[in-house]
Design a binder for this molecule. Structure first.
Ligand code: NAG
Ligand code: NAG
Ligand code: NAG
Ligand code: NAG
Ligand code: NAG
Ligand code: NAG
Length: 508
């Protein structure tokens, strides 16, 4: 009755919000979605219609989405039918019936293309869903579509592609349009920020989850490498690649993490090694408001160089006080050994190893497709040369693709570089954290991303503020391999204590 009155009074608003009675679509969380399913105010189909509407309205401006799944409504209806019939996997909750947007590096065996933003891979067909997508579908999640990214995830030109891809166009920051929305998982971050999907998946090699999460005011979890399968994911370097969620809340990101972690025979070595970190009962048990109590949190030097009087300077100080007030021991003035070497990808060895690793891994991915117009990096380069206008060759070039193509496998030079990166990580942040028995290191923005990258260490980015121009920034809790449980405790407690995120105001 109350619901009907409300609907009559605010029918225009209710219809704009998707038409379902009483359910608040904007800023919906996985938990509110479950409650909506349970009390009958929401169906998965209504949720999909809402996000398709948001995409239709906002994507012409934001370019966060490359493709929507033509079967999303059918899959949602199936989820609704399963729930109505009391199907076991609907009762399990999780991501059942929840629409997920997936980065265009992650293969799906359906009507969606998987192209890394390029025209070169348009029409290619994967043999099967990527490992993480297979898990999502088994849980009954609805694949909503594919998100935009800088073409080949920045691996085309040393200057980066600023969120541009030939197929997806120029991705824009939903808070401040002229600001670079940052690196490879940008479309997923934007879509989460602007309520164009319930939850999203991104991938990270170096900063590609943490950076767009920071700049678009969403939560990003970069899992320990191997916790989530990379099978069926267009690769850069399997030493560092990892798949993780970008969501509006820590709890949502943890729901996604629970759904995608685990062993995969097609990424056997890494997922087997990391499976020992997965806690019995999953990660949701670590969503504890008191999660900062008793934690030891390190503040490394070299990351907080903000000018006195700036918002970032003031807010970061406040946040460090917040950690203390909520029961954490904060240890300041810590030095990560060789930090300047680690942060310079020429000196660290990354530049020497990654191009050869990329070529090897990409050619392997391409050769495993059941159909593809291009079968090798060389053919991608030739494709770009044959389509210079569509691929904006003049503006972006393909310098890194050419550099990669010129490599001849993982030889002594590459092995030495990889060894050095592992040493830098071991002697740097890992030694520091062990010495001071730290549960996390705490840093602003995504500035810690290189430090976490070389040895596959995890990090969680949480919204932390908005600068003088309204540009969002996050903070990162970084840890050792397998530290997800305590990072989730800290990130969740921090989020609950600060509640910084606010949805963007977009004029569309
Ligand atoms: C059902 O649950 C949702 C989510 O918590 C809430 O927004 C809505 O008001 C509820 N509707 C009814 C009819 O109880
Ligand atoms: C995938 O690409 C083909 C062009 O090769 C296009 O016709 C099709 O609509 C695309 N799929 C989706 C879901 O957009
Ligand atoms: C790709 O194909 C090769 C050769 O068939 C196989 O050894 C490898 O496991 C496949 N990789 C993936 C990720 O499926
Ligand atoms: C900022 O102010 C503090 C004292 O308020 C001072 O110790 C510090 O040197 C100043 N830093 C900069 C970069 O100006
Ligand atoms: C990184 O190191 C290289 C090689 O020593 C040097 O040429 C370059 O200027 C350094 N880059 C930065 C940003 O310091
Ligand atoms: C890094 O720093 C430590 C201690 O300062 C040093 O022993 C080590 O050789 C350095 N280099 C590497 C690659 O770890």
């Amino acid at each position: 009755m109350a619901c009907l009155r409300l609907l009559l009074a605010f029918s225009a608003i209710a219809l704009a919000a998707g038409g379902a009675c009483g359910f608040q679509f904007e800023e919906a969380t996985v938990d509110s979605i479950h409650r909506g399913f349970k009390n009958g105010s929401l169906t998965s189909a209504a949720l999909v219609r809402y996000y398709l509407g948001q995409i239709a309205r906002l994507n012409p401006q934001l370019h966060a989405v490359i493709e929507v799944n033509p079967d999303a409504l059918r899959d949602a209806a199936r989820a609704d039918a399963e729930r109505a019939s009391g199907h076991r996997r609907a009762a399990a909750g999780g991501l059942h019936g929840v629409p997920v947007l997936i980065k265009d590096l992650i293969a799906t065996r359906d009507r969606l293309n998987t192209t890394a933003g390029s025209f070169a891979l348009l029409g290619s067909v994967a043999r099967r869903d990527a490992g993480v997508v297979a898990r999502l579908r088994r849980a009954g999640a609805v694949v909503l579509g594919k998100s935009n990214l800088p073409e080949w995830g920045n691996f085309r030109n040393a200057a980066g592609l600023d969120g541009w891809s030939a197929r997806g166009g120029q991705a824009m920051n939903p808070y401040v349009l002229e600001v670079d929305p940052c690196q490879a998982s940008t479309g997923s971050a934007i879509a989460a920020a602007a309520n164009m999907a319930a939850v999203t998946l991104g991938t990270e090699t170096m900063a590609s989850i943490l950076c767009p999460a920071s700049v678009n005011s969403v939560v990003g979890i970069k899992p320990t490498v191997g916790l989530t399968s990379r099978s069926g994911v267009i690769p850069f370097t399997l030493r560092q690649d990892t798949v993780g969620p970008l969501c509006r809340t820590v709890a949502d990101a943890v729901h996604v993490l629970d759904a995608i972690v685990g062993y995969d025979a097609l990424d056997a070595a890494a997922t087997r090694a990391a499976s020992k970190y997965i806690p019995t009962g999953g990660y949701k048990q670590f969503l504890k408001a008191g999660g900062l109590r008793g934690k030891r949190i390190g503040i490394p030097n070299g990351f907080f160089g903000f000018k006195n009087g700036t918002v970032k300077h003031r807010v970061c100080k406040q946040h460090i006080d917040t950690l203390r007030r909520h029961g954490a021991t904060v240890i300041e003035n810590l030095d990560i050994a060789n930090l300047s070497v680690i942060q310079n990808i020429t000196k660290s060895g990354f530049q020497a190893a990654a191009p050869a690793e990329f070529k090897f891994n990409l050619n392997n991915y391409l050769s495993n497709l059941s159909y593809s117009p291009v079968r090798s990096l060389a053919e991608i380069i030739a494709f770009n040369n044959a389509h210079p206008v569509e691929e904006k060759l003049k503006k972006y070039g393909q310098q890194l693709l050419l550099l990669s193509e010129s490599t001849t496998g993982i030889g002594p030079r590459e092995r030495a570089a990889i060894h050095q990166m592992n040493e830098l990580s071991a002697n740097g942040v890992e030694k520091l954290m062990k010495k001071h028995r730290l549960d996390a290191i705490f840093t602003p923005d995504s500035s810690i991303a290189t430090v976490l990258a070389y040895n596959g260490l995890p990090g969680i980015e949480v919204p932390a503020g908005y600068d003088e121009k309204g540009v969002p920034f996050g903070i990162c809790f970084g840890g050792l391999k397998g530290y997800e449980p305590r990072l989730i405790e800290m990130a969740y407690a921090f989020e609950q204590a600060t509640k910084v995120r606010k949805p963007p105001m977009i004029k569309a």
